[in-house]
Design a protein around this ligand. Structure first.
Ligand code: PLP
Length: 262
C-alpha cells in the first residue's frame, strides 16, 4: 500500500528523496553536468567526450521512475540481484543497465540477460564464463577491465602488474568487447593520492592500448572525485550520491574491508 502522498512515495522515501524527486534529480543532474563541463574546460577537454553514468544503487525502483521522468535512462548498479529486481519492476521503461560492481561467476547468466555493459571484469574465470553465456545468447558485451590502483585490500580489480598478461588473453573470448579500464580511487581527502590512482590508470591504459586497440576509455570518478578524474582523462564518470542524495548505507556495505561508517 502506498497511500501516503499523491506521488505514491512512502514517508521514509520522502525523508530521503524529498517530496519532488523528479525535480530534485533533474536539478542535481544539471549541477553535475555543469561541474563536468567546468572540469572539461579547465583541462582543455570537450564535455561530449565525458559520459555521465548515473549510479542508482539503493534507490528503490518506484523512486527511479521519477529519475526516468527527469530524463535519466542509464542506470549503473553495483549488485546484480538489485539490478534484476529493479529491471523486473521497471520493465515498461526503456533503460540501459550497466553493471559496475564485482560479479561472482554464478551470477553471469543474469548479467548476460540484462546488462548493456560491464565495468568490473577482473578475472579470466569470469571472462570465460561471460564469453560462454554470451555465445549461447548470440550477443556481445562491452567490458571494462577493473584495476586496483589504490593497493587497498578492500578494492577489487587486477593488480597493475597483472594487467598485461590478462589483456593478452582477452582475444580468447571474442564475445567480450573490451572498451577500456575501470578503477575506484583511494577514499582519501588528500587529492594528490586520489589523483595518483587516476594517473596510474591512465598510464596503464596507454600501455594496454598497444596490446589491445579497443582499450581506449577510462571509467573512473565518482561523486567525491569525478572532477579530478576528468582532469586526468576520464571518459565515463559513475556518479550516484551527487544526483540521488546520500546513501543510508555507508560505503563499507559496498566495499567490505573499509572501516565501519566509512
Ligand atoms: C556506488 C558506486 C559508484 C558511485 O558512488 P557515489 O559516491 O554514489 O557517486 C561508482 N562506482 C562504483 C563501482 C560504485 O559501486
Amino acid at each position: 500500500m502506498r497511500p501516503f502522498s499523491k506521488t505514491g512515495l512512502l514517508p521514509e522515501e520522502i525523508a530521503r528523496f524529498g517530496a519532488d524527486p523528479a525535480g530534485t534529480f533533474a536539478a542535481n543532474l544539471c549541477a553535475v553536468q555543469d561541474r563536468i563541463a567546468a572540469a572539461c574546460h579547465r583541462s582543455g577537454r570537450h564535455p561530449e567526450d565525458v559520459r555521465l553514468l548515473p549510479v542508482t544503487k539503493t534507490v528503490p525502483a518506484n523512486v527511479l521512475r521519477f529519475a526516468h521522468a527527469a530524463g535519466i535512462s542509464d542506470f549503473g548498479e553495483n549488485k546484480l540481484q538489485e539490478a534484476r529486481d529493479k529491471q523486473a519492476d521497471l520493465g515498461d521503461l526503456s533503460i540501459r543497465w550497466s553493471i559496475i560492481g564485482h560479479l561472482q561467476t554464478n551470477k553471469v547468466k543474469y548479467l548476460v540477460r540484462l546488462a548493456s555493459e560491464f565495468h568490473a571484469l577482473d578475472s579470466i574465470r569470469l571472462a570465460e564464463e561471460l564469453n560462454r553465456r554470451l555465445d549461447a545468447q548470440n550477443r556481445d558485451l562491452d567490458v571494462f577491465v577493473q584495476v586496483n590502483t589504490s593497493g587497498e585490500d578492500s578494492k577489487y580489480g587486477l593488480r597493475p602488474d597483472d594487467l598485461r598478461p590478462f589483456i593478452e588473453r582477452l582475444a580468447d573470448y571474442p564475445r567480450l568487447k573490451p572498451r577500456g579500464l575501470m578503477t575506484l580511487a583511494i577514499f582519501s581527502a588528500e587529492t594528490d593520492r586520489v589523483r595518483g590512482c587516476f594517473r596510474l590508470l591512465r598510464d596503464l591504459r596507454d600501455r594496454a592500448v598497444a596490446v589491445h586497440p579497443g582499450l581506449t576509455q577510462l571509467s573512473m570518478g565518482m561523486s567525491a572525485d569525478f572532477e579530478t578524474a576528468i582532469e586526468e582523462g576520464a571518459h565515463i564518470v559513475r556518479v550516484g550520491q551527487a544526483i540521488f542524495g546520500a546513501r543510508p548505507t555507508g560505503d563499507a556495505f559496498y566495499w567490505p574491508g573499509l572501516a565501519p561508517g566509512a
